[in-house]
Design a protein around this ligand. Structure first.
Ligand code: C2E
Length: 179
């Protein structure tokens, strides 16, 4: 793990070309950014893997084409947020949402999507490792990953990362004492 300070907007624009190729011609990718997005601390390569994974899943949910939206925003939690079984502490988070208007995930499968080897894809089409790997990577960055879905309407994955606190101020170098 190589955590670094990251501006997710830059990470996403670096990936845009690749993501556009991944989704193919029938799917459009729509990115919107928070203009004041704070930085986070994460492993850039791993984060790219997660984003690519979510986009490929969204594309596969849109066999007839459509739109995938990626949006970054700042989330200010004044009190603890309980979601699924997770407890998200109060504080500032950078949120990335990857949503599609695709086939959706059935309610009975929704809470299993982060489990290792769970897949809705046919044998040979998916390894089932994608979302559990994404979950692990997000956890390693102190973040959270949630999914909402309605069959026939679409799916939205939300990633939450704690905002990177101000980096420690560089200590002033003491002036040499006069002899
Ligand atoms: P769980 O998945 O059974 O995890 C129980 C506890 O094991 C977690 O407590 C955490 O301390 C640890 N744990 C599990 N997976 C990981 C991992 O990949 N990395 C690390 N570092 N620790 C892990 P915690 O955090 O209080 O979570 C309680 C429950 O809340 C979890 O049960 C899970 O059902 C849910 N949850 C936690 N984080 C997330 C999340 O990011 N997304 C979703 N959808 N659910 C979450």
């Amino acid at each position: 793990l190589r955590p670094e300070t990251i501006d997710l907007r830059n990470t996403l624009s670096d990936l845009t070309h690749l993501l556009n190729r991944l989704v193919g011609e029938k799917v459009t990718l729509n990115l919107t950014h928070d203009t004041q997005l704070p930085k986070i601390r994460a492993d850039k390569r791993q984060l790219e893997q997660v984003l690519m994974n979510l986009v490929v899943n969204a594309r596969d949910a849109l066999p007839a084409g459509g739109e995938i939206r990626i949006a970054t925003e700042t989330l200010h939690l004044t009190e603890e947020m309980q979601r699924d079984r997770a407890k998200v502490a109060p504080g500032d988070y950078v949120q990335v949402k990857v949503s599609d208007t695709g086939v959706g995930i059935a309610p009975d499968k929704l809470q299993k999507v982060f489990e290792p080897f769970f897949t809705t894809k046919r044998v040979g089409e998916g390894t089932g490792l994608g979302l559990s790997t994404a979950y692990g990577i997000v956890k390693q960055s102190g973040g959270f990953i949630f999914v909402e879905s309605a069959p026939g309407e679409g799916t939205c994955f939300s990633l939450l990362f704690p905002v990177q606190k101000d980096e420690a101020p560089v200590p002033e170098i003491a002036a040499p004492k006069p002899a």
